[in-house]
Write a protein that binds this ligand. Structure first.
Ligand code: ASP
Ligand code: MG
Length: 404
């Protein structure tokens, strides 16, 4: 007997038949004697639909009301999943985030989990029930519903697995696991059997949409080993865990492309101490995630700052920087026709020549590099969005990932 946390994503519970399919799978795990806690997302498309509806009413909806609204997507699927289980003779009960004791901070639309009070859940588990928890939501200390950022059901699952000391955490999705590249773009992409948290984290934050970044950070911090696998078949998935020595033998383990970034250029700002601090302090206070910061060498007393932000934050960036630029001078240009391509691998710590291989391959395909940044285990470049797919194929080939 094991204690298992399973998370089923939006496509896995996308319609009534799929919910029944999930219920049948859960029944089999329960029948084998396991304790099962299930986290579900909203049906695929529902969260987007709700956001669109909100925006058609208010261009910039109050974030508290957004959370109130978005949390209903998951509430539909927990109830339906619990009913589907009851219908096939499995004792099940649904929990909202609040009912599951998931307490968060007050940052609406991207709240962080502070604590989980698992007592009610433990009680129902020992009574033999399967528990279905709404992903992506929690409650703050003032009793307001919060959400954990897009894709936040992953975080709910990982955090619950840590809180109830689960033996296994399985993230069910519509793909078989983590691939060396997006198989829809790169035909000979390979499924990886194992990947380290650090690599998964880079791939997740770089737009390989398999999992929410924060959930991987959380897993790494609390050492929650998890498996990403498909709810549509029984193929083994990809195990995500702490790095082990042999993982370094592979230099590059994956290529990721993020088309949801925008490039921001703040030009002609005063070249003196404190200007960059003012720009990034304002962005940080507005909770905007900034990446790939490059500052050119100041000339004639002025300098340019270039960085990337999520495309969805463009409006917020403009509003946030307007008062700052009144103070420090300069102007902002935004470009959303870009993509960020990254190659990732823990082997980069011990191997050299990765940058030159990547840059030569992209140059060979006539692809221009607008920004470059590196970390210990990744190299990222910003390129034109129109070249992104081609670049992914070129990079995949250059590192012979089809042979992994
Ligand atoms: N329903 C939420 C979203 O679409 C959370 C999730 O699916 O994980 O972002
Ligand atoms: Mg998801």
């Amino acid at each position: 007997m094991a204690r298992i946390v399973q998370k089923y994503g939006g496509t896995s519970v996308g319609d009534v038949d799929r919910i029944k399919n999930v219920a049948a799978r859960i029944k089999a795990f329960r029948a084998a004697g396991n304790e099962v806690v299930v986290v579900v997302s909203a049906r695929s498309g529902v969260t987007n639909e709700l956001i669109a509806r909100a925006k058609s009413i208010h261009p910039n909806p109050p974030e508290r009301e957004m959370d109130q609204l978005l949390s209903i997507g998951e509430q539909e699927t927990i109830a339906l999943t619990a009913m589907a289980l009851e219908a096939i003779g499995v004792d099940a009960v649904s929990y909202t985030g609040a009912q599951a004791g998931i307490f968060t901070d007050k940052v609406h639309t991207k709240a962080k989990i502070k604590t989980i009070d698992a007592k009610p859940l433990e009680k129902d588990l020992s009574a033999g029930k399967v528990i279905i928890v709404a992903g992506f939501q929690g409650i703050n200390e003032e009793g307001h519903i919060t959400t954990l950022g897009r894709g936040g059901s992953d975080l709910t699952a990982i955090a619950l697995a840590a809180a109830i000391k689960a033996d296994k955490c399985e993230i069910y999705t519509d793909v078989d696991g983590v691939y060396t590249a997006d198989p829809r773009v790169v035909q000979d992409a390979r499924k990886l059997n194992e990947i380290s948290y650090d690599e998964m984290l880079e791939l997740a934050s770089l737009g390989s949409k398999v999992m929410q970044t924060r959930s991987v950070e959380f897993a790494s911090k609390y050492n929650v080993v998890f498996e990403v696998r498909s709810s549509f078949n029984n193929n083994p998935g990809t195990i995500v865990k702490q790095e082990v020595a042999y993982m370094e033998k592979v230099v590059v383990r994956g290529v990721a492309v993020d088309k949801d970034q925008a490039k921001v250029v703040v030009s002609n700002i005063a070249d003196k101490p404190g200007t960059a601090a003012k720009v990034f302090r304002a962005l940080a206070e507005a909770n905007i995630n900034v990446d790939m910061i490059v500052q050119n060498v100041g000339r004639d007393g002025v300098a340019n700052l270039t960085f990337t932000v999520p495309q969805t934050e463009i409006g917020k960036v403009e509003r946030t920087l307007a008062p700052v630029l009144k103070d420090i001078g300069g102007s902002v240009t935004l470009d959303d026709q870009i993509a960020k391509l990254s190659v990732v691998g823990v082997g980069m710590r011990t191997h050299s020549g990765v940058a030159s291989t990547l840059f030569s391959a992209l140059a060979g395909a006539g692809i221009n590099l607008e920004l470059i940044s590196t970390s210990e285990i990744k190299i990222s470049v910003v390129i034109a969005k129109s070249k992104a797919d081609e670049a992914a194929r070129v990079a995949h080939k250059a590192f012979e990932l089809e042979k992994l």
